[in-house]
Every structure is written in C-alpha cells, then in structure tokens.
Design a protein around this ligand. Structure first.
Ligand code: ZN
Ligand code: ZN
Length: 276
C-alpha cells in the first residue's frame, strides 16, 4: 500500500512540474504572438482552465496507476503480429518514427470512433471547452482516457513496437497535443498538407456543423487528407464547444456517459464534402 502511494505521489509530482514548465512555455509563446491581448484572453479562459485541471487531477488519481500495470500486462505476453526482433534490427530513430506514424494512424481511427454514437458521450467532455487553450488537452473523461489507452497501446504492442518507442510515441503525442490545442492562429501554409496545425485542430473543436467529423489526426494531417476528413479554410475564429441540451457542470459531464439518454441522441449531422 505504501509503495502504491509512493508511486502515485511521484507521478503527481512529475505531472505537476511538467505542467508548470509547459505552462510557462505557452504563456511566453502567447505573449510573443498576441502581446497585451493575452491578459484579456487569459481572464476569459481562467474558469475553463481550472475545470480542465480538475479532469487532469481525476485522471491522474484514477488511471495513471492503471497505465503501468497495463503496459506490464501487455508486454508479459508474446502477442505481437510482427515479431519484436524485426524492430530491434532497425535503427532506433526509424523505429520511433514508425511508432509515431502508426500511433497517429490508430489515433485517427480511434478518434473517428469517439465521434460515433457509442463513444461520443465520453468524448463530449473534451469538446465542451468554449475557451480552448493548451490545457484542453487535459480535459478528458476517465472513460475516454481509458479507451484511448487500451486502443492505442494495444495496437502498437500488436505491431510488435518495442517499449522504448511506445513511450517515445506517447511523449510526442502528449507534447504535440498541448501545442495543437494552444490558441495560436497558425495554419502551417503548405506544410498543413503533412502536419496538423493548431488552426486545424481548432476547427475540430468548432461548434459549426461544417466542422463536425473533420480533422481527427493529432500529428500527421495526411491521414485526414487520405480518408476525406481534412478541412482547414484558414485560421479558426468560430465559436467553440458543443450545442446540446445536456448539462456542462463537472458532475453532469462526469455522469453523462452513464446516462442512457446520452446514447439515443441523433448523430451530429455529417458534412459530405469535408473540404468545403
Ligand atoms: Zn474529437
Ligand atoms: Zn482536442
């Protein structure tokens, strides 16, 4: 029991110091890009930022201890479709790139699945933020956090990806995830055809039916382009969030996936031409 508490306390400490460093970096970036306007924006985003920290705390408490056990469980069984020796024969940077590429491929399809009727009730929390900032990355329902962990990790382990590359992929997705949630108007120009920009992911959060079911990838926009869901008309100044009649308090959002009515909601209207 003491060991468990020690591990949990260490994880919380590491997460908090990481968050402080990342926060400082994004504050600096915001000041450089927006100047004095940052103060007004910070004031209006304060409530949602605190809300997001609440979700982070809950997930740390409930799921971080589970994550270690899950990795140990998967890696203790030889269940890979590709033998791990295949990857160990390759240079580490190649394996890490493959892990990030495959990780984004499965992340793309998992995220599309999260916008289906089955997983939307637990994914909805991530979309209720109307003042999206880098901290929105931490706004996930524990059920959503758990399904993400299971789907993404088990896929990479099935592919035989070694643990060091799975960890590298998680780190890249985490830090790049903060970046694409930051309130930055960057579209990347022609590079937007390869990488997901902050503007591209902001469109994913827009409360505009034309933006529903678009921009699901985290790192490589090529997946959205390949599967017809890419849509970046420019920087996104649209209102963000979800339009439904369900509650948006912490308790209401926490209970939402356990409410049968959440699963009977009509699917969000689909846009046939994602590039519109
Ligand atoms: Zn989403
Ligand atoms: Zn997001």
């Amino acid at each position: 029991m003491l060991d468990f508490l020690e591990v949990a306390a260490k994880q919380v400490l590491i997460a908090c110091s990481n968050l402080l460093l990342i926060g400082l970096l994004f504050v600096l970036l915001a000041v450089l890009v927006k100047g004095k306007e940052v103060l007004n924006q910070a004031r209006s985003a304060m409530a949602s930022g605190t809300f997001n920290l609440g979700w982070m705390g809950l997930n740390l408490l409930l799921l971080m201890p589970v994550a270690g056990g899950l990795y140990a469980f998967f890696y203790s069984y030889p269940i890979g479709l590709i033998d791990r020796s295949f990857w160990y024969a390759l240079p580490e940077p190649v394996v890490i790139f493959a892990a990030i590429f495959l990780g984004d491929f499965i992340g793309y399809w998992r995220h599309r699945f999260e916008h289906s009727r089955i997983l939307w009730p637990s994914h909805r929390v991530h979309h209720t933020d109307e003042h999206m900032t880098w901290l929105t990355l931490q706004r996930f329902h524990p059920v959503n956090f758990f399904t993400t962990m299971i789907i993404d990790t088990s896929f990479l382990i099935l592919m035989g990806i070694p643990p060091y590359a799975v960890v590298a992929n998680n780190m890249v997705r985490n830090y790049y995830g903060y970046f694409i949630h930051a309130d930055l108007p960057w579209t990347y120009g022609k590079w937007s055809r390869v990488f997901v920009s902050p503007a591209m992911h902001r469109w994913h959060h827009a409360a505009n039916p034309n933006a529903y079911h678009t921009n699901f990838a985290t790192v490589f926009s090529i997946f959205d382009r390949a599967f017809g869901t890419y849509r970046v008309p420019g920087p996104c100044d649209e209102p963000l969030g979800v339009k439904d009649s369900f509650g948006k308090s912490f308790a209401a959002e926490l209970l939402h996936p356990f409410n049968p009515k959440a699963y009977s909601v009509k699917k969000r209207p689909k846009v046939t031409q994602a590039s519109k």
